[in-house]
Design a protein around this ligand. Structure first.
Ligand code: PEP
Length: 253
């Protein structure tokens, strides 16, 4: 069975003390994870090691960086390389979040470079894609997302593609309280999987975990995660509340 993943995206929130407290509360309230279930915390850079240490000894729980540089190393003040993330023992990095695309001008070509650097450093990308409202209203979301995958991922080999985690995050649903319906999520996830299947074959497509993101909360997680092609979620706001996120974890298939 594909990995089912509850991924938190803390974005630029919380002090270290608040982050530690949230993690402790969550550890106290979550149930044990099954062998195919993972929890990944996308935390700000300064908290990667402390939260990684707090999670130590809890099976199937990892930290992820929220971004990495598109440069290998060198005179790029303020940047953090994939190699640095590897050197602190990370396994995951979020790449291509819509906020990075929108506020930091990350285009599909730049993201392809980041994906390459992540894979070269044994980091598994959680690659975000998803359409803005205008595209959804024009009903061209399938080709929009397909282009994002094509331009950032499809230069890779089938063996590399096996390591993908894709997060489908319709921009109109992020932080808005407006969630895609479970039917809309399933429809797009099935489309993404079929695009992977045409490029890499059914076998590879069926190993790729596709997460849904966009106003997931305790109240809607079970229904969304219950869709056949939805393998968990990438969760922003609700991941900052221990009880909410614990319940979302407990909603994984
Ligand atoms: C996100 O930031 O990836 C996200 C999905 O946010 P929210 O859950 O708050 O909509």
């Amino acid at each position: 069975m594909r990995k089912q993943i509850a991924a938190a995206n803390w974005k630029m929130n919380l002090t270290l003390q608040q982050a530690e407290q949230l993690t402790h509360e969550l550890l106290a309230s979550k149930r044990n994870l099954g062998a195919n279930q993972l929890v990944v915390f996308g935390v700000p850079f300064p908290y990667l090691l402390p939260i990684k240490n707090t999670l130590q000894g809890n099976g199937n729980m990892y930290v992820a960086a929220q971004n990495c540089s598109d440069k290998k190393s060198g005179a790029y003040t303020g940047e953090t390389s994939a190699e640095m993330l590897k050197s602190i023992g990370l396994k995951y990095v979020i790449i291509g979040h819509s906020e990075r695309r929108e506020y930091f001008n990350e285009d599909n070509a730049t993201l392809a470079v980041k994906v390459d650097l992540a894979l070269a450093n044994d980091l598994q990308p959680i690659f975000c894609c998803g359409e803005p409202l205008s595209v959804r209203e024009a009903e061209t979301q399938n080709s929009y997302v397909e282009k994002q995958l094509n331009e950032s991922l499809f230069h890779l080999s089938a063996d590399q593609a096996r390591y993908f985690v894709v997060a489908y995050e319709p921009i109109w649903a992020i932080g808005t309280g407006r969630t895609a319906s479970s039917d809309q999520a399933q429809e797009m996830h099935a489309h993404i999987r079929s695009v992977f299947a045409s490029k890499y074959g059914e076998d590879v497509a069926n190993t790729i975990s596709i997460l849904y993101g966009g106003s997931v909360k305790a109240a809607n997680a079970k229904e969304i995660f219950g869709q056949p092609d939805v393998d968990g979620g990438l969760v922003g706001g609700a991941s900052l509340v221990a009880d909410e996120f614990a319940s979302i974890i407990n909603s994984l298939k």
